[in-house]
Design a protein around this ligand. Structure first.
Ligand SMILES: Nc1ncnc2c1ncn2[C@@H]1O[C@H](COP(=O)(O)OP(=O)(O)OP(=O)(O)O)[C@@H](O)[C@H]1O
Length: 332
């Protein structure tokens, strides 16, 4: 089998969330750490869309930022076609920055309001020395055309566009360095539903045309269903399930995946009524012992409160749950 384009192996990210030194001394408090990502492993094959889903605070954005090199990992590995990217700098990091791009949730915040659209899109082209002079203008015009805008829009400023158009500009900018891999962090969450569909269609068309690979991050399962080949479900920084996309919607394995699916009106599994997600994600500074999901889990048993469940193979992927272990005995 071909090497995956991206492989993330046992990735961890801890944040120091201690109070300032003087407060700690006066109040006699120790340093505090928050584990945002705890030993995550997944791979993304060339040309596919791998989605990460989970409630707010589950660690999706933190993983995304580590994968594109915006923040360092505390521990673990990120391989690009087998080459280690954690700890790289200089030319290797520069190459990664060209090949891996990111699109953010809020296109207004990610576009410099004082720059003309043409300059925003041209910046990566110039930075990576991909073109010069009139060639840059031509390439900017082509990119605007590719995302459904016009070459004339290069003269305008971001505030002259609607939310959906601004996300098109952000996509054109991401494409300008001719990347192979784009991390899309909630790219349509800030947009109206009708506009969301247009942007998602554009992203799918671009994937087919340019052979792009996506890491797609979303808390919205109905959006993910239309985009992902495979899906990773995150809970409090851990992957509780990684499964083939369509199968996950038909036969979710982990109780947390089931809970998420049952909460989405048009996805609630056939014959079942929609049930809102119960409880809240615990504080990651002080996570529950054993399986972190046990306080909210409808099928938790004593063992779940004491031990971390191992990852096992399921018919559609892998998942970490003692109850599934009894069903599918083979370790992943
Ligand atoms: N720079 C930081 N310093 C301290 N804690 C952080 C930092 N960045 C993220 N966190 C914490 O890490 C955890 C995971 O955050 P992250 O933003 O990755 O989650 P998410 O799933 O993307 O959620 P959302 O959809 O709300 O962005 C959260 O508890 C968050 O508060």
């Amino acid at each position: 089998m071909a090497e995956p384009l991206v492989r993330v192996e046992n990735l961890w990210r801890r944040f120091d969330v201690s109070k300032p030194w003087l407060n700690r001394v006066i109040e006699g408090e120790p340093r505090q750490h928050l584990t945002a990502v705890a030993g995550v492993t997944f791979e993304i094959n060339r040309g596919e869309t791998f989605a990460l889903v989970g409630e707010s605070g589950s660690g999706k954005s933190t993983i995304a930022k580590m994968v594109v090199g915006l923040i360092p990992a505390s521990e673990g590995h990120i391989y690009c076609e087998g080459h280690e990217m954690v700890g790289t700098s200089g030319a290797a990091m520069r190459a990664l920055r060209r090949r891996f791009q990111m699109i953010f949730q809020d296109p207004f915040a990610s576009l410099n309001p004082r720059w003309r659209v043409g300059d925003i899109i041209a910046e990566p082209i110039r930075t990576f020395g991909l073109a010069s002079g009139a060639e840059v203008t031509k390439r900017v015009g082509d990119l605007l055309d590719t995302v459904g805008l016009s070459a004339r829009d290069a003269e305008k400023f971001p505030h002259e566009f609607s939310g959906g158009q601004r996300q098109r500009i952000a996509i054109a900018r991401a494409l300008s360095s001719r990347p192979e891999f784009i991390v899309c962090d909630e790219p349509t969450s800030a947009l109206d539903v009708s506009v969301q569909a247009q942007i998602l269609n554009l992203m799918r068309d671009l994937q087919d045309e340019l052979g792009l690979t996506y890491l797609f991050i979303s808390h919205d399962l109905s959006v993910v269903r239309h985009m992902a080949n495979r899906i990773g479900v995150l809970y409090l920084g851990r992957l509780v399930e990684v499964s083939e996309g369509k199968a996950l919607f038909r036969t979710p394995q982990h109780p947390y995946t089931r809970m998420l699916l049952e909460a989405v009106p048009d996805l609630a599994m056939s014959g079942r009524r929609r049930k809102p997600v119960e409880g809240e994600i615990p504080n990651p500074i002080n996570p529950p012992p054993g399986c972190a999901f046990h306080p909210r889990c409808p099928i938790a048993v004593e063992r779940c409160r004491l031990e971390m469940p191992p990852e096992i193979r399921t018919p559609i992927g892998r998942a970490a749950c003692f109850q599934l272990e009894d069903l599918h005995a083979e370790p992943a």
